[in-house]
Ligand binder design. Sequence first.
Ligand SMILES: Cc1ncc(COP(=O)(O)O)c(C=O)c1O
Length: 323
Amino acid sequence: MVVTVGAQEAMLLVLRALIRSTDDLLAVADPCYVGITGAARLLDVETVPVPEGHDGLRLQQLRAACRAARHAGRRIRLCYVAPDFSNPGGNRMPRHQRERLLELAEAEDFLILEDNVYGFTAAPGDELPPLKALDRNRRVIHLGTFAKVCFPGARIGYVVADQTVRTADGGSTLLAGQLARLKSMVTVNTPPLSQAVIGGMLLEHGGSLANRCRALSATYRRNLALLLDGLDRLAKAGLPPGVEWSRPAGGLFVRMRLSIPVDDALLARSADSYGVLWTPMAHFHLGPGGNDMLRLSCSYLTPEQIRTGVLRLGEFLHGEIRR
Ligand SMILES: Cc1ncc(COP(=O)(O)O)c(C=O)c1O
């Protein structure tokens, strides 16, 4: 395991270590977390979008992408996936889909980069094993962050990488060792001050990340329930036609579809005139898509802030969508 400057650094290091040729491709869920697509852009790594449905990556399309790449003399080297309450989709892969994805990785010979940032928000008893826990053949590189469980902007993350890789001198090492070597060329060390704060928070919870997660998970689930209840109340009072939204079972995000184009100009009006912020979904799509959708977020907010936000959102919807 390597401790990194946030999950973002882990993504950069993994891409740099594994994608060694322009024939190596990165498959990503579409829509996708912008951190991984940004890292790929920075490192000139070509991405292949694979649609994501309510039960996660569309595996048939991933298989077809692998075969198309091979046909063109290239290969999908790595597939980025957030199986638990993805950002921005809020989708979750059922267990049998996780097993099928691992089988596909074996059959088509690619590695999986599992981003497990939101798995801990599952309700007690409803947790699913991360891909890494089901991984029998070291196909999965697992990354996480303390940003969502300790404090936002913590910029402390980690990557678990137990794959054996070849070194330049013909020897072999664990991928984690290779990542640590690359890290020494980028951020050298992970800031000790931030690590000390995270360490202190873990000590307050008996040295257990799981204990810390449990406390925070309840807060996040309360927030998501408050947001969804608030939206239901708006609907009961009457909303313009065509407004609909997702009902994720965890995570921090709700996707909302409107019957009008959703872009940065609309966001600026929403912020200026109604005092409520959200993100246009189009920013998360690799191709066209998401142009009539926005992403609501309810992470570190108080119940009062959520109530106010929902009321303002209602005013925004009524004010901007003509009947
Ligand atoms: C899916 C996902 N991965 C990674 C991160 C970033 O983690 P960090 O702040 O540790 O770089 C985020 C933050 O929003 C995220 O939503």
